[in-house]
Ligand binder design. Structure first.
Ligand code: PA5
Length: 464
């Protein structure tokens, strides 16, 4: 199992910045027990948005995903994933972590005949044009993912790509599309029905940021040969462990409570996630979105204005030691830093003993593996010396099984945090105003009022 180490929250950190963990665990044990019981009791209740807690048990979806991956095996050189936010971050982070590094630059043989994979998660015209220039769309399977079926960024990407596919393939274009969307509603569902695309369903009561283990994440991952059975195994074992209502045995509850108390009692309202592994680079995007959209809320459940919001920040070790660590060690003491360490890397790279008579001779014969973990230890120690609370999560290895544990643990942690803060972690009203203004600016029917309101506020928009 993955491990959470919180010794640098209590020992060696003074009481103005750290916590007496054992005392807090005892004090909050009944509350945590109540929260975990409630989450598990409500998970099947419609409208509770907790269906993601069942995704480890969705054998039917797993079967269909694997069947589809086997059916298209060998037919495509590329997979192109279209989406934004929760619909794409999870698969992007997992693919980057689990595929061999520089996957798209490897030969077909090196990729065991699996396709290259591209994630388009923005609407930058240069990026889109650049991608179209390098992709042979005839040999590309496009997986468009949107739960609502109408998200402006995803659907505009899709309109561009679909049109190109049609130009290149004529009526056969639909064989190159697989849509992941709501089972009944939304424009993409309607299009899929009318035009005959293969589809997968985003289950009800699963928000995008909690959807990585539904078809949303599993389809792209299976298409490039990743082992989704191992992913499911990882979720299940973690789910079992996180059903434990005893905080002493539940790492999601421990992690949630530590972050919550450091925020409300010690003003550590910034949560930094810092993996020491380039393969985990995009984990930070997924984590930041999970935290920001779930926990950044104006109102609590009773409607009181609280403007809740622990702020997530992503960093990468060792790279950001030469960027952000200066601030973390000496700047405002307002952060909790979570390191993610990998115990055993897939490869070992030895530093050759080539500059024997220089000041570099101490490195010769050591491994890069030892170096990166030494840097993680050194950073944790210096932060601790500077009285900065920090935690470490250790992955035995980077593989499907342990990453599924990690992602699922973070999801449960955020759900528990939502309860501790007494907010709804599963809505995102703060995103909607921007969307409505955009619709107004782009002339969508029904959004004239938003456009008028916006234009009244600033004449600068008229230029658009
Ligand atoms: O977490 C969420 O719910 C959001 O980030 C959505 O995933 C994002 O807005 C995309 O929505 P949709 O899947 O409807 O296109």
């Amino acid at each position: 199992m993955i491990r959470l180490d919180y010794v640098n929250i209590s020992n060696k950190i003074t009481s103005d910045a750290g916590l007496d963990i054992e005392q807090k665990f005892s004090e909050y044990a009944p509350k945590i027990q109540e929260i975990i019981t409630k989450l598990n009791m409500n998970k099947d209740k419609p409208g509770s948005f907790l269906q993601w807690m069942n995704l480890g048990y969705n054998e039917e979806t797993v079967w269909y995903v694997k069947e589809f991956a086997a059916m298209v095996d060998g037919r495509f050189d590329n997979v192109l994933v279209l989406g934004i936010g929760g619909s794409i971050f999870g698969a992007k982070a997992l693919a980057n972590a689990l595929l061999k590094p520089y996957w798209n630059l490897l030969s077909k043989e090196q990729r065991d005949n699996f396709p290259k994979i591209f994630f388009l998660d923005n609407i930058d015209p240069d990026e889109i044009k650049g991608l179209l220039d390098v992709l042979d769309l005839k040999k590309t399977l496009v997986n468009v993912i949107t739960k609502s079926g109408s998200t402006i960024e995803t659907m505009s990407q899709f309109m561009v790509i679909k049109d190109r596919l049609y130009q290149e393939l004529g009526d056969d274009y639909r064989k190159n599309i697989v849509a992941t969307t709501d089972k009944q509603t939304g424009i993409l569902r309607q299009l899929a029905n009318e035009e005959g695309y293969k589809t997968f369903v985003v289950p009800d009561d699963v928000q995008g940021r909690f959807s990585v283990f539904s078809a949303v994440g599993l389809v792209p991952l299976a298409l490039v040969g990743l082992d989704i059975d191992e992913i499911i195994k990882g979720i299940k074992i973690m789910d079992l462990s996180l059903k434990n209502t005893d905080i002493k045995l539940n790492i999601a509850a421990q992690n949630a409570l530590i972050h919550y108390l450091l925020d409300i009692e010690k003003h550590k309202y910034i949560s930094v996630i810092m993996p020491y592994s380039s393969r985990l680079k995009y984990l930070g995007d997924w984590y930041a979105q999970l935290w920001a959209e779930s926990l950044g809320k104006e109102l609590d459940r009773e409607g009181n204005k609280i403007n809740n919001g622990p702020t997530p920040i992503k960093a990468l070790g060792a790279t950001d030691q030469h960027s952000q660590i200066q601030l973390y060690n000496e700047g405002k003491n307002d952060k909790v830093i979570t390191f993610i360490r990998v115990k055993e890397f897939e490869n070992s790279v030895e530093i050759p003993n080539i500059f024997e008579y220089t000041g570099l001779n101490y490195l010769g014969g050591k491994t890069i593996n030892k170096l990166i973990n030494a840097e993680a230890d050194a950073t944790a120690a210096s932060l601790t010396n500077n009285n900065r609370p920090n935690l470490t999560i250790t992955l035995p290895k980077i593989n499907e099984y342990y990453l599924a544990q990690l992602f699922y643990m973070f999801e449960v942690e955020v759900a528990i945090l939502g309860e501790l803060y007494n907010i709804d972690a599963f809505n995102q009203p703060g995103v909607e105003q921007t969307q409505n203004y955009t619709y107004g600016l782009m002339g969508r029917l029904g959004y004239e009022e938003s456009a008028r309101e916006l234009l009244e506020k600033s004449t600068a928009f008229e230029e658009n």
